[in-house]
Design a protein around this ligand. Structure first.
Ligand code: RB5
Length: 144
């Protein structure tokens, strides 16, 4: 199960991504925001990151204006590897090397088409494991 959230700055891209996920038959829960009123991105990052951290969701997607605030907030949660991506290469590496369980994007940086392409790359890429697993274990050790 995948959870998705945005602030007002990420709403348009989030709506496009939700439509893409429905088209791909990916089970997805939208945790808001639902309108264009100004809201605080940490509230929505917390909802998505908490669901991933506790295992209620396998994956998450967060979108704000730049993606910066969402990634800073989400990475406060244990077990969360939130990666801010800007292009197809970083979307691929976020999964292949970092096994990112939350994809973060900037709705004021990417067009809906560009953002949807990055989601597809992230979903369709596999974690390479091997030496990268050892590195993720070192990140996890820092949480303890
Ligand atoms: C909201 O104006 C903006 O600060 C937010 O969407 C995000 O870019 C924060 O990192």
């Amino acid at each position: 199960m995948l959870v998705i959230g945005s602030d007002h700055g990420g709403l348009e891209l989030k709506q496009a991504v939700v439509a893409l996920l429905q088209q791909r038959r990916v089970e997805c829960t939208d945790l808001g925001t639902d309108g264009s009123d100004s809201v605080d991105y940490p509230d929505f990052a917390a909802k998505v990151a908490s669901a991933v951290s506790t295992g209620k969701a396998d994956l998450g997607i967060l979108i704000c204006g730049t993606g910066i605030g969402m990634s800073i907030t989400a990475n406060k949660y244990a077990g969360v590897r939130a990666a801010l991506v800007h292009d197809e290469f970083t979307a691929q590496m976020a999964r292949e090397h970092n096994n990112a369980n939350i994809l973060v994007m900037g709705g004021r940086i990417l067009t809906p088409e560009q953002g949807c392409k990055l989601v597809e790359v992230w979903l369709d890429t596999e974690f390479a494991a091997g030496r990268h697993l050892n590195r993720l274990n070192k990140i996890m050790a820092l949480e303890n």
